[in-house]
Write a new protein. Structure first.
Length: 473
């Protein structure tokens, strides 16, 4: 086994023996072979310490369990964008984007075409099994005409579009230097696949350009075939639609000599227009009464409620006080009328995880948000919610403080419902004492520094929110 592979694969619940040496892929799946060829190439070229593998959503998402190299997981389709980030941040890295057809040819089509046309040395291994494998066998952009899938039970028809030939599409761009389509259905084709993947990695290591290898792979499970039958299907049905061979091979001299970017604080500050002047701090200590060295908040509401802005203000307030903070927005398909939320995590030293599945504090601007997240607040936590629009309060954990404030009504009384999120921040401060009043007012002024006329209104909204919290809360 290549030294690039881990000695034990922990995908199988820390299995030992044969179980600890087998992949999670189905019998007959091509991913295992492709992993081996990629690992062999990295090993033979001596690139293990320089390699970063990018795996997005799909059957190859668990590549990091097998290859002992740098690994990053990308959102669905975004592997080329993440790969470019790695390459530009560390030009000496050998970055491999490992993607399936549902990922690269569908949601990630714009990303792969941009990366290919840019032409910066990257290696893309594109696994084409003509179907969405991981998510249940739906029709993919590469599904053949007439092929039956979970979403084309009668076979792909003309109104569903024709299969995308990604190798030809990428080869038609000016940026790539090498594009080849290979297969795995017999020993001869496997040798060609191994050589193609090695070449694609070597071209990047030599700074020659963008290389793209499409691998026709078997998916016996969703084809409802044995491994042998699936191999025959790839040979007889896929290759006429996706002809094998080199699509582009341009002799390119080494050209990529980009210097690593500077992370010098003064340089970064100058580029982003920052200041070296430290903000005034109002907190004498970290608010450790929540869970020790970090605090977890979730702010949620409908689109337009201002939950995301309020969350950003809380995170900035924490940073101003010298703490570490993260703000992760999640808009979702329900952002209009449903729930759009943001996770904020504040740590005395360093945030180790940005997620907030079980928050200490929830600020809910609408009923769906309170119903969805209220029960997740930890014991001893606090829920601040807008009584102007929320009538029913769900069951929450014991000892959770429920603080109802008419945020919308207060904001309307001030002349505009837009500031209800600032009213909620005032209520948050009064109910939890997370930071001082001065901390929040300072960050509000900072956010409105180019809209100074709005500062008095927002300050009053904040103070009204504070005053609306019962003293007992």
């Amino acid at each position: 086994m290549s030294s690039v592979f881990y000695e034990q694969f922990e995908r199988h619940d820390h299995g030992t023996g044969l179980k600890g040496q087998s992949t999670h892929y189905c019998p007959g799946c091509g991913h295992g072979l492709i992993h081996k060829y990629l690992a062999d190439a990295i090993d033979e070229l001596g690139l293990q310490d320089r390699t970063v593998a990018i795996s997005p959503v799909g059957c190859g998402v668990f590549l990091h369990y097998y290859l002992d190299v740098g690994n990053s997981q990308a959102a669905h389709g975004r592997a080329p964008a993440v790969a470019l980030g790695h390459k530009l941040a560390n030009p000496d890295a050998v970055v491999v984007s490992y993607q399936g057809d549902g990922d690269l040819a569908s949601i990630g089509l714009a990303e792969i075409l941009f990366a290919a046309q840019l032409g910066i040395p990257l290696t893309v291994v594109f696994v084409n099994n003509a179907i969405y494998g991981m998510t249940g066998g739906q029709m993919a952009p590469t599904t053949l005409m007439g092929q039956k899938t979970a979403t084309s039970p009668e076979g792909r028809g003309r109104m569903m579009g024709l299969p995308l030939r990604m190798a030809e599409m990428v080869a038609g761009l000016d940026g790539p230097c090498y594009v080849e389509r290979v297969a795995l259905f017999d020993a001869k084709q496997r040798v060609k696949a191994r050589k193609a993947i090695r070449k694609a990695v070597a071209l990047q290591a030599e700074n020659r350009g963008f290389a793209f290898v499409e691998v026709l792979s078997e998916c016996p499970i969703h084809l409802h075939m044995t491994p042998a039958e699936a191999e025959r299907w790839v040979k007889e049905s896929m290759t006429p639609v996706f002809p094998l061979g080199v699509k582009k091979d341009v002799t390119a001299d080494p050209w990529f000599t980009l210097r690593p970017p500077s992370f010098d604080p003064e340089t970064v500050r100058r580029v982003v227009g920052g200041t070296s002047e430290a903000p005034h701090r109002y907190c004498s200590t970290f608010p450790s009464r929540f869970r020790g060295h970090d605090v977890v908040l979730k702010l949620a509401g409908a689109g337009g409620d201002g939950a995301q802005t309020a969350a950003m203000l809380v995170a900035r307030a924490a940073i101003n006080e010298g703490f570490d903070a993260t703000h992760i927005p999640s808009y979702g398909p329900e952002s209009r009328g449903g729930t759009s939320y943001a996770d904020v995590r504040i740590a005395e030293d360093e945030v180790l995880s940005p997620s907030a599945p079980f928050p200490d504090i929830l600020v809910a601007f609408n009923a769906p948000s309170l119903a969805k997240f209220g029960p997740t607040v930890v014991r001893g936590g606090t829920v601040v919610y807008d009584t102007s629009v929320i009538a029913d309060v769900p069951t929450v954990a014991p000892d959770v403080s429920l603080v109802g404030v008419p945020c919308t009504r207060i904001a309307v009384d001030l002349g505009t419902a837009v500031v209800k999120n600032i009213v909620a921040l005032g209520a948050l401060q009064a109910a939890t004492g997370l930071f001082t009043e001065a901390t929040f007012l300072a960050v509000i002024r900072q956010a409105l520094r180019e809209k100074c006329a709005l500062v008095p209104l927002n300050e009053e909204a904040f103070r009204r929110g504070m005053g609306a919290v019962p003293v007992s809360a």
